[in-house]
Design a protein around this ligand. Structure first.
Ligand SMILES: NC(=O)c1ccc[n+]([C@@H]2O[C@H](COP(=O)([O-])OP(=O)(O)OC[C@H]3O[C@@H](n4cnc5c(N)ncnc54)[C@H](OP(=O)(O)O)[C@@H]3O)[C@@H](O)[C@H]2O)c1
Length: 252
């Protein structure tokens, strides 16, 4: 029985780095690389010998595709990385209700359902990494839905890490600050956007995997995010939110 890893959002900035790292793990024979972009999936397939590209839109029939493959192959899933995610930076009222539904589904429902589908194929020593965000440390106006969705994923992960501890299945929530990927716009109306404490996808992945291996339920990559987590804990939430609005409001 092949030992497999499943990575959603494998075609994105962080997902590609996870692909690169997990491809080196000796106990993983196959990596199911999930994404929508066919060209990027072909490039992944050409670069990583363990990659099994699965073109799947998780907001369409992607879950059925994964589900059928799981039932057919009954693999030994050693690692699930719920990495696919998206967010809207701006006023909540500017999003139509379909967008609101899609973001909730992609960031909350899909990872939860995927965990429930994959768990029957996991055994002692396997684990789950869920990509949350430093946005989960406090409510973020202009990223309201995104930060709420990342709290969901963080709390789900930490609670599951306790529930699954007797089975020796590790669950780690990864909470990075700004990461240099295509998810972030670099300018708004000709104004370049400054992201405080931005770090590389490679740094996030190496910290996340190190913390996962130590069995930590939360991983906070980067000095700025660690400081910000502490600051958000000791400062009244209203003050943190007001400061955030002052810094980011000029880009709205
Ligand atoms: N960038 C940051 O500053 C930052 C900070 C903290 C946390 N995060 C989190 O890190 C994770 C990865 O983000 P990233 O920065 O690597 O962003 P990214 O480069 O935009 O990658 C997003 C990934 O999600 C996939 N995806 C989006 N919608 C999908 C759908 N409907 N079905 C299947 N796949 C879908 C994309 O696939 P296709 O390209 O193939 O469509 C892509 O692989 C996200 O959960 C994000 O919230 C990012």
């Amino acid at each position: 029985m092949a030992g497999i890893a499943i990575i959603t959002g494998a075609t994105g900035g962080l997902g590609m780095e996870f692909m690169r790292a997990v491809n080196e793990w000796p106990d993983i024979d196959e990596i199911w690389a999930i994404g929508r972009n066919a060209d990027k999936l072909s490039a992944i397939s050409a670069s990583y010998k363990k990659a099994v590209p699965l073109q799947a839109d998780l907001l369409d029939n992607g879950m059925e595709i994964i589900s059928e493959k799981l039932s057919f192959e009954k693999p030994d899933v050693r690692l699930l990385i719920n990495n696919a995610g998206a967010g809207y930076f701006g006023l909540f009222e500017k999003m139509d209700s379909k967008k609101v539904e899609n973001y909730c589904n992609l960031n909350c429902t899909i990872p939860s359902v995927l965990i429930s589908k994959v768990l029957p194929y996991m055994h002692e020593g396997s684990g789950i990494i869920n990509i949350s965000s430093a946005s989960s440390f406090q409510p973020n106006p202009y990223l309201a839905l995104y930060s709420a969705s990342k709290v969901y994923l963080k709390n789900l992960s930490r609670a599951l890490s306790m529930e699954l501890a007797p089975k020796k299945i590790t669950v780690t929530a990864v909470c990075p600050g700004w990461i240099d990927t295509d998810m972030l716009p670099h300018e708004k109306d000709g104004q370049s956007i400054k992201y405080t404490g931005m770090i590389s996808a490679g740094k996030v992945v190496s910290t996340a995997l190190k913390d996962y291996r130590k069995g930590k339920d939360i991983s906070v990559p980067g000095g700025f995010s660690k400081w910000f987590r502490f600051y958000s804990k000791v400062t009244p939430t209203k003050i943190v939110m007001k400061q955030w609005m002052k810094i980011t409001g000029k880009y709205i």
